[in-house]
Design a protein around this ligand. Structure first.
Ligand SMILES: NC(=O)c1ccc[n+]([C@@H]2O[C@H](COP(=O)([O-])OP(=O)(O)OC[C@H]3O[C@@H](n4cnc5c(N)ncnc54)[C@H](O)[C@@H]3O)[C@@H](O)[C@H]2O)c1
Length: 235
């Protein structure tokens, strides 16, 4: 969506090959800046990979994320917990720190989750990391506003993307999840991308510190029973 809007996108991923493939798919001058966002030693070189090519860094999208296995509290290892916190939270912190040092305006968009807004059983690592990303968004927004850097977050609901495979094993799982969504369907990556592009655009010039759910009404729903059954939900 950012490339379609005319941005030269520097694609980060852990490994070079998927980052290069994604950049090639985007076409134009888009290029890869692979590296592990959890590593302080990598965050600055990732940013330098943009600046050294002569580009200004106008936007940072902290999208890298991992989910932990959905297991009861007693079964979650501290290593699995720490890995999720490292990628989802420390990665967003380190990349924001490295990017903010060279940004002269523009904006940062963090990809949070509805799991950071409401409690999910067995989401001890993922939900906690995303709730912290929400607060990281607000602290960064208040600190960087005077430097004309806006900072916002999207909080996607259930989006048809690889991470959802943790929760969906078959079409029955998919139907059960869709029934919890007032709009009655999962979202698409494009629907999240469009909101990220909006937050990066001049149309959002007075929006900073916001956390925008992109969830088909998921976190707004609090009634009993399915959210999207024919005849409407019970109250
Ligand atoms: N799919 C959903 O339903 C959903 C819902 C809410 C939020 N999200 C969030 O959206 C974002 C994208 O998720 P997705 O569903 O597209 O999953 P995905 O697994 O396709 O994308 C995550 C990407 O992050 C990369 N990554 C992981 N660790 C990294 C590291 N240390 N350094 C650099 N890159 C790393 C992975 O290689 C992968 O390409 C994540 O932050 C996720 O938490 C997804």
């Amino acid at each position: 969506m950012l490339a379609e809007a005319g941005a030269t996108v520097a694609v980060n991923d852990l490994d070079a090959v998927p980052a290069e493939e994604a950049a090639a798919q985007l076409g134009g001058d888009c290029f890869a800046v692979p590296g592990n966002v959890t590593s302080e030693a990598a965050a600055h070189p990732i940013v330098a990979g943009v600046v050294d090519r002569g580009h200004d860094l106008d936007f940072l999208v902290n999208n890298a994320g991992v989910a932990a296995p959905l297991v009861p509290l007693a079964d979650l290892s501290s290593e699995d917990w720490q890995h999720v916190i490292d990628v989802n939270l420390k990665g967003a912190f380190l990349m924001s720190q490295a990017a903010a040092a060279v940004m002269r305006g523009g904006c940062i968009v963090n990809v949070a989750s509805v799991a950071g807004l409401v409690g999910f059983p067995a989401s001890h690592a993922y939900g906690v990391s995303k709730a912290a990303v929400v607060m990281l968004t607000k602290t960064l927004a208040t600190e960087l506003a005077r430097r004309r850097v806006r900072v916002n977050a999207v909080a996607p609901g259930l989006i048809e993307a690889p991470m959802l495979d943790v929760m969906i094993r078959n079409s029955e799982d998919s139907d059960a999840l869709a029934a919890r969504i007032p709009m009655g369907r999962l979202g698409s990556a494009e629907e999240v991308g469009r909101v990220v592009a909006f937050l990066c655009s001049d149309s959002a010039s007075y929006i900073t510190g916001a956390v925008l759910p992109v969830d088909g009404g998921w976190q707004a729903f609090g009634a009993a029973g399915p959210a999207s059954r024919p005849g409407g939900p019970s109250c």
